[in-house]
Design a protein around this ligand. Structure first.
Ligand code: TXA
Ligand code: MG
Length: 384
């Protein structure tokens, strides 16, 4: 299949630029398009055959349901059998925007779209290209992230091209996305809304709008037999670069036994007079920098290519031989989120063997950042 690439100007979206894309979707084809979160791989959500093509193009397990994207609130009603009160409040507060809501589905939504579930996930994106495309297609658009299953989600059209060239009919290039992490997912089918995937609409924001919100235990921990995530997609190794990723986190429990059990000496910058005044004065952060440096030097000595994922505050502290990528300053969580998937893809391009990543705050947007990083690491977290 020949993949056509069409550039669209987000600031000045013209219907005529999107008519062919809308036509492809109506006819059962696949179009990748920008949203404010990540690029999506779109098909007609009411057409089971079209949904099947999405699974094929991504190499995605077919029990992993798709999100139906709509352009107006009135398009929700035909897709669902009920709109619970919490869902209504959340829609009013955050649509259009990076929030996906899980409702009981209506008969119109095929099981091919919902991975066999009786619920359907719906989102109204705010990106002007996405909205115009859905409006012109005149059908709800099922769209997972436009990456090969398991790879980091695409935050620019070039990433989509890498994964999907020859597998989709068209890629709409609207430039880099704004947020860079997938939407927040909230299940509103139960008595208390449940957060299934953290995103830019934070837990704090959700609670402010609807009060009590539960958090699916799979959001923060590895999947175990008694901890099956409610969002089926959250159970797969995901967002992952090709290299092994090790997340290094300060052990806040007070004792540092784990650091000693790692063997070797950890130089504590806080006690090193030369290091004083070099920015990051947080002793826990210093332990992380020391541990990553030591590990990276060991690996470099063995002839490995090593990547280090860090923040602006600490980027200059690491050994030169490593590939060092900063996600931005810790004082701007939005920037860290925006750069994360792109940085993981860059490590793939550079073919590093192992990546060490600093960890980040779990507050607000940090919950989503750490959720993706922990999953990318396959829950390999080194406490120091
Ligand atoms: O930001 C986003 O949400 C992007 C853009 C393109 O809109 N889309 C996206 O789709 O991230 P995807 O397919 O990569 O992730 C959708 C997640 C999966 O983990 C899936 O299991 C979950 O949503 N999901 C979909 N329908 C569900 C349902 N009925 N119940 C529970 N989880 C559901
Ligand atoms: Mg995805």
């Amino acid at each position: 299949m020949e993949t056509e690439i069409v550039a669209v100007d987000k600031e000045n979206v013209r219907d005529e630029d999107l008519l062919e894309a809308a036509h492809i979707i109506r006819k059962g084809g696949l179009v990748a398009f920008p949203t404010e979160t990540v690029y999506g791989l779109g098909a007609n959500a009411l057409d089971e055959e079209a949904a099947k093509k999405i699974y094929e193009a991504k190499g995605r397990p077919s029990d992993n349901p798709l999100i139906a994207h709509i352009a107006q609130c009135s398009e929700l009603e035909p897709l669902v059998s009920e709109i619970p009160e919490a869902g209504r409040r959340l829609m009013e507060a955050y649509w259009p925007g990076p929030l996906t809501l899980v409702f009981p589905k209506s008969d119109r939504v095929p099981y091919g779209t919902t991975g066999g579930l009786d619920t359907v996930a719906v989102r109204m994106p705010s990106d002007p290209v996405a909205r115009a495309l859905i409006r012109l297609a005149e059908v709800p658009v099922a769209a997972p992230s436009a990456n090969t299953s398991g790879r980091p989600s695409p935050t620019e059209a070039g990433h989509v091209y890498e994964d999907m060239n020859g597998r989709v009919d068209m890629i709409l290039d609207g430039g880099p996305v704004g947020i860079g992490l997938e939407s927040t997912i909230v299940d509103v089918t139960g008595p208390v809304p449940m957060l299934l995937r953290p995103g830019a609409i934070t837990l704090e924001m959700l609670r402010e709008t609807v009060g009590d919100v539960e958090v699916d235990p799979a959001v923060s921990g590895p999947v175990t037999l008694d901890r099956k995530p409610k969002a089926p997609g959250m159970k797969y190794r995901h967002y992952a670069p090709a290299a092994e990723l090790i997340l290094v986190e300060a052990d806040e429990s007070g004792d540092n036994d784990s650091r000693e059990s790692e063997g070797g000496k950890v130089r504590d910058r806080q006690q090193d007079p030369q290091e004083k005044g070099k920015g990051n004065q947080n002793p826990a952060g210093d332990r992380v920098v020391s541990a990553i440096t030591r590990k990276a030097l060991e690996d470099l000595e063995k002839g490995m290519e090593v990547g280090i994922l860090c923040a602006d505050e600490t980027r200059d502290f690491y050994p030169r031989g490593a590939v060092i990528r900063s996600l931005g300053t810790r004082s701007r969580e939005e920037t860290i989120a925006h750069n994360l998937f792109k940085a993981l893809r860059e490590f793939d391009d550079l073919k590093v063997d192992r990546i060490y990543s600093e960890s980040f705050s779990r507050e607000r947007l940090g919950q989503a950042i750490m959720n993706r990083l922990t999953k990318a690491a396959g829950y390999h977290v080194l406490k120091v």
